[in-house]
Design a protein around this ligand. Sequence first.
Ligand SMILES: [Zn+2]
Ligand SMILES: [Zn+2]
Length: 149
Amino acid sequence: MEGKNSLESQLRAAGRRMTPQRILILSILDETGDHLDAEEVYRRAKKLNSNLNIATVYRTLGILKEMDLIEQRYFARDHSIEYYESVNKGEHYHFTCLGCRKIIEVETPKILQVQQEFSALTGAKFTHACVCFEGYCASCVDEEENLTL
Ligand SMILES: [Zn+2]
Ligand SMILES: [Zn+2]
């Protein structure tokens, strides 16, 4: 693992080549507003390039993540599935509905404020914040209320 990481950073320092597979997968994630897992990325990529296999998709996702071009996220607390999205979407967090599994993006400056306050207080420098929200979306809350009436 250690060796792989140093190879990655060397390649990054040397400026990595954008291969057609990398461009294809990056453009799928750039263009969608959705949060895709590797299987869904593969399903969409395969339509555009039938030569792709799932191993290449996994490898390419890993490389794009190393290049800081995509974000890897976990939504459920058990971290059972990794989702990918473009870094171009900017700072946001995710709410997962435990009822219908819908994902709602949470945009708030508050997390950044917490980081800034904590940094000012302790001198620590944040590089990443991982915050996930879980609960029930409005329609699942409604459904629950209708059932109990
Ligand atoms: Zn729901
Ligand atoms: Zn998102």
